[in-house]
Structures are given as structure tokens and as C-alpha cells.
Write a protein that binds this ligand. Structure first.
Ligand SMILES: [Zn+2]
Length: 104
């Protein structure tokens, strides 16, 4: 299984760097601060899908008799799962980016 690594310092992409990325199409390497650009053809549909799902999910939760902390916890957990899936996709090269492939 080959993993994608930073083109500048060859270190692995970390989940934290994906999590902290303000722009999901521009992720900073946590080691050398090099910007990793995600292919817009892949990133844009994902951002649109995630945003629609988040909006839909929020309206669904709004219609339920849940307290605000419960709703925020559900949204937070779902957000983490989506971020992790995005991270896994980038790391495996399913989502194209400027990360380079290194065979181990
Ligand atoms: Zn780096």
C-alpha cells in the first residue's frame, strides 16, 4: 500500500493538518508548512456534497426534539467522520492532490 507524502519534506500527511485547514483545497504540511493543493475537480464536488449534507442534517436535527448541545455534538462527530474520510482519500491518492506517491 503506497501512501501519498509531502512533495517537499516527504513526511506523511497528518489528520491534524487536514482538520486545521481553513481551505480544504489548500492543506499545509504540518512539518515544513508547504501548501498541498487538492485537485479542484475532486475537492469542489466533495465540498458541495458535504455542505449540502451538513445543511440537510442540520435542518433534520432542528426538526427533532433535541437540545442544542446534543445537536452540536452530532454535527461535530459527523464533521470529524467526513474530515477523516477526506484525509484517508488524500493519503491513499483516491483524491488527487500535489502529494507525491512513494512506494514502501
Ligand atoms: Zn512537508
Amino acid at each position: 500500500m503506497s501512501m501519498r507524502q509531502c512533495p517537499c519534506c516527504q513526511s506523511d500527511l497528518t489528520f491534524i493538518s487536514v482538520l486545521l485547514a481553513i481551505n480544504p483545497m489548500m492543506i499545509r504540511c504540518s512539518h515544513c508548512k508547504e501548501s498541498v493543493k487538492v485537485n479542484a475537480m475532486y475537492a469542489l464536488p466533495i465540498v458541495v456534497i458535504v455542505f449540502s449534507m451538513a445543511m440537510g442534517g442540520w435542518f433534520y436535527l432542528e426538526s427533532q426534539a433535541l437540545t442544542l448541545p446534543t445537536k452540536l455534538a452530532v454535527v461535530g462527530i459527523l464533521g470529524l467522520i467526513i474530515e477523516y474520510a477526506y484525509f484517508a482519500g488524500l493519503r491513499r491518492g483516491i483524491i488527487k492532490s500535489t502529494l507525491i506517491e512513494i512506494d514502501e
